[in-house]
Design a protein around this ligand. Structure first.
Ligand code: FAD
Length: 146
């Protein structure tokens, strides 16, 4: 039997309210457990109340996760940016990589100010949907070196 084709979904959203570190840790714990079970990999950025996330995996699992995320009351204004088949995973090693961008800036982590230059508003990202993926990939690459 052929394996199910790989699918990728990228979106931005706004937190319904600012989330505490404990709430983010909780969200990530559940996400990583579920994603390991479902064959999903990806990357989540949190910055000042806004999320940007890419996830990829078997199409059925990606669609199911998108549906759960869309119903999650912890965020709103979900703008889907990329939604399509991919040949390879961009985040193969991470059940969900995570960067709290504000925190990284406070801690002066290497390379983050340069990456922030490429960060954009939701409206700009909707106009240039590939940009969000480029930002997520640049965080992936920067975090490899942290
Ligand atoms: P549970 O965690 O037991 O949740 C059951 C229900 O309660 C769900 O409807 C859930 O949305 C809701 N819920 C849980 N905790 C809270 C809370 N603190 N406040 C309000 N409602 C709550 N899930 C993944 O599996 N993988 C991901 O990569 C992923 N990324 C996410 C990114 C963002 C920005 C957000 C906001 C959520 C993300 N989630 C992710 C969570 C997802 O929306 C679902 O909550 C989760 O998948 C449901 O997991 P569960 O079936 O184990 O149910």
């Amino acid at each position: 039997m052929q394996p199910e084709p790989l699918h990728q979904y990228v979106y931005v959203s706004s937190a319904s309210r600012l989330l505490s570190d404990d709430e983010l840790v909780d969200l990530l714990r559940t996400s990583r457990e579920n994603n390991a079970r479902d064959g999903i990999t990806g990357m989540l950025l949190y910055r000042g109340g806004n999320f940007m996330q890419a996830f990829e995996g078997p199409e059925g699992a990606v669609r199911a996760l998108e549906a759960r995320i869309r119903q999650d009351p912890r965020h709103r204004d979900i703008h889907g940016l990329l939604d399509g088949a991919v040949a390879v995973r961009q985040f193969p090693n991470w059940t969900m990589g995570f960067a709290n961008v504000e925190r990284m800036t406070e801690q002066g982590e290497h390379g983050v100010s340069r990456l922030l230059g490429s960060y954009a508003s939701a409206a700009e990202l909707v106009d240039d949907p590939g940009r969000a993926l480029r930002i997520l990939v640049s965080f992936r690459d920067a975090m490899r070196g942290v």
